[in-house]
Design a protein around this ligand. Structure first.
Ligand code: SF4
Ligand code: F3S
Ligand code: FES
Length: 253
């Protein structure tokens, strides 16, 4: 079945913009990105859109469809009725470059601020051994395609530009959790306690576990339950651990 859909697409740049209306052909089996491409090919040759794989794996085509953060290539047109207006806007949390393309460098800055895995001493790379259960735990977090939809949706930064300097966002707090749970990470040997650092340096305390990040993750990673809540528990355990408290007290003398 083919029909003409009513699309409203945000057009503009960093200076400002507006929603523009288009009638575009839709065919069976198509996704929102197909329609955006048809729009580009037939009516709006200069429409800027970032995409790459069209298979939900590169994380490039993130945008907001009817106000919901989504991958355009994984949003089937069949979820809308033919009468429905489909509104496509750029991710709201990041500055617009042009049309549907945003500047996501906030995320790269945050990635750089997370200290890398610290290799254990005396074990050569290639000789690391871990229990399968530990491998599987971090495997879930490793499915991340860096679409930044979770970063876009989290209310801590979505409407609060002022929080951006102190909050790493769910994707990078999850990265800290992954490293903190890694049995071979030797961060402690270089004086780094990842859970405490998440709290003190990366804004873990801003997260009030609303789980909106988990809801929009296209890889269905349980960001809140499996990464953020355990990380919070570890940070609190450490803070109120009487032995740690005593150690800190003695060290301060
Ligand atoms: Fe995207 Fe999920 Fe990774 Fe967040 S955790 S960047 S939503 S894949
Ligand atoms: Fe934000 Fe996710 Fe926490 S949406 S508040 S990081 S649970
Ligand atoms: Fe790669 Fe959509 S184009 S995730």
């Amino acid at each position: 079945m083919s029909y003409e859909a009513h699309f409203r697409v945000w057009r503009g740049d960093a200076e400002g913009g507006e929603l523009r209306d288009y009638q575009v052909e839709v065919n069976d089996g198509e996704v929102v990105l197909d329609i955006i491409h048809r729009l580009q090919a037939t009516q709006a040759g200069d429409l800027a859109v970032r995409w790459n794989c069209k298979a939900g794996k590169c994380g490039s085509c993130s945008a907001e469809v009817n106000g919901r953060p989504r991958l355009m290539c994984m949003t089937r047109m069949s979820v809308f009725t033919p009468e429905e207006t489909v509104t496509v806007t750029p991710m709201r949390t990041f500055p617009v470059v042009r049309d549907l393309v945003t500047d996501v460098s906030f995320n790269y800055d945050k990635a750089r601020q997370v200290p890398a895995f610290v290799p254990p001493k005396g074990v050569a790379a290639g000789e690391y051994r871990m229990r399968q259960v530990d491998v599987e735990r971090s495997q879930e977090f490793r499915k991340c395609i860096e679409c930044f939809l979770c970063q876009d949706t989290c209310h801590v930064v979505r409407d609060h530009e002022e929080n951006k300097t102190s909050f790493a966002g769910p994707r990078f707090l999850m990265r800290i959790a992954e490293l903190d749970m890694h049995p071979l990470d030797a961060a402690a040997e270089v004086g780094l306690t990842r859970s405490s650092s998440a709290q003190e340096d990366h804004g873990l305390g801003y997260c009030n576990i609303t789980k909106c990040c988990t809801e929009v993750c296209p890889e269905h990673i349980k960001i809140t339950d499996n990464a953020l809540i355990p990380l919070k528990e570890r940070a609190v355990d450490r803070k109120y651990d009487p032995l740690v408290w005593l150690g800190n007290k003695i060290r301060r003398r």
